[in-house]
Design a protein around this ligand. Structure first.
Ligand code: NAP
Length: 307
């Protein structure tokens, strides 16, 4: 079980984060954060590389985020990851962000450099690597239906699909306005024809839309980028009857037991995978940004296998 630190610990920074051994100089900020497997994975990477630093989990509410980021910069942190619900909000609080992060409108990684905070996204490329590893296919060859397109991770995945020129992208979100706005932002990437003929390559549809069954018939990969499933009592984000055997189902959530969505996929005879592979690859890319050296992927994978 991770020790969970708070804003109070950062305010008391010297004692709590600097003077413990190895000193905490990296971390993940979330609300909730206890579910995160990033600490054991990143600590395994630090150990493997002989870096005498520690990565910790910080329970930080949205109101506390700006102060937490400022304190971490002052405490000489090397970098951070951001998880639910901070990916979109954090962009406004960093000193700089690269073009990709600005376009996505969300960041999952911060690098502290010369007293400045630099915002980056590694969720998109991490997702692309995860899909190749899990299903032995390239995102560019797929028709993708994305549940939760309005969140930070959903936006990163949608942009990755656009940049990879995937065959087709259907954006589904509870707050429909966000899916529609994202579709407008991405329209330019999908203007060219692909093998599918006259069918629209980019669409936004409301949550639980009656067209979902028809859309799924024209989908190869379904992605759950919602927070549904984080709570034990959550239902599956897709009704059981909608999952057909031809689908690949990727749930960004990772849990010891299969999520409701993945259990439903298995029951339907569809292939499924959980978010551990994305966690691994986005984490490896973040490590490379922090330390400018290759991430020890095998050690990180071993740490997750033990979970
Ligand atoms: P976020 O920014 O808070 O976005 C949450 C998304 O879930 C939004 O699209 C939201 O829709 C939707 N949502 C929440 N409750 C819903 C409900 N009851 N019904 C329908 N939609 C609902 O969160 P995030 O940072 O993108 O993370 C999303 C999930 O991905 C989390 O579970 C996170 O742990 C996981 N994740 C995993 C990895 C990995 O490496 N495996 C990486 C990143 C994220 P609205 O827009 O309508 O609010």
């Amino acid at each position: 079980m991770n020790t969970i630190y708070t804003l109070a610990d950062l305010r008391d920074g010297k004692k709590k984060t600097r003077d413990i051994s190895p000193p905490i100089r990296l971390g993940v900020l979330g609300d909730p954060v206890a579910h995160s497997f990033s600490p054991p994975m990143q600590n395994a990477a630090l150990q493997e590389c002989g870096l005498d630093l520690q990565y910790a989990a910080f329970q930080i509410t949205p109101d506390e985020l700006p102060e937490a980021l400022r304190l971490m910069c002052e405490l000489d942190f090397v970098g951070l990851n951001l998880t639910v619900p901070h990916k979109i909000a954090a962009l406004a609080f960093v000193d700089e962000a690269d073009e990709r992060a600005r376009r996505i409108g969300a960041i999952n990684t911060i690098v502290f450099q010369d007293g400045k905070s630099l915002g980056r996204d590694t969720d998109g490329p991490g997702f692309e690597r995860a899909i190749r590893e899990e299903f032995s296919v390239d995102l560019s060859d797929l028709r993708v239906l994305l549940l939760g397109a309005g969140g930070g991770a959903g936006r990163a995945i949608a942009y990755q699909g656009a940049l990879e020129n995937c065959e087709r992208l259907v954006l589904v979100n509870r707050t429909f306005d966000k899916a529609q706005a994202l579709a407008r932002e991405l329209a330019g990437y999908f203007s060219g024809p692909r093998v599918l003929g006259p069918e629209a390559r980019l669409e936004a549809i409301p949550w639980n839309d009656p067209s979902l069954r028809r859309q799924l018939g024209r989908t190869d990969l379904v992605v759950n980028a919602t927070t549904i499933g984080l709570q034990q009592s959550d239902a599956s984000p897709l009704a059981h009857g909608l999952i057909a055997p031809h689908l690949m189902v990727y749930d960004l959530l990772y849990k010891k037991t299969p999520t409701r969505l993945l259990a439903a996929a298995a029951e339907a005879g569809a292939r499924g995978a959980n978010g551990l592979t994305m966690l691994l690859h986005q984490g490896a890319l973040a490590f490379e940004l922090w330390f400018d050296r290759p991430a020890p992927l095998a050690a990180m994978r071993r740490a997750l296998d033990g979970k």
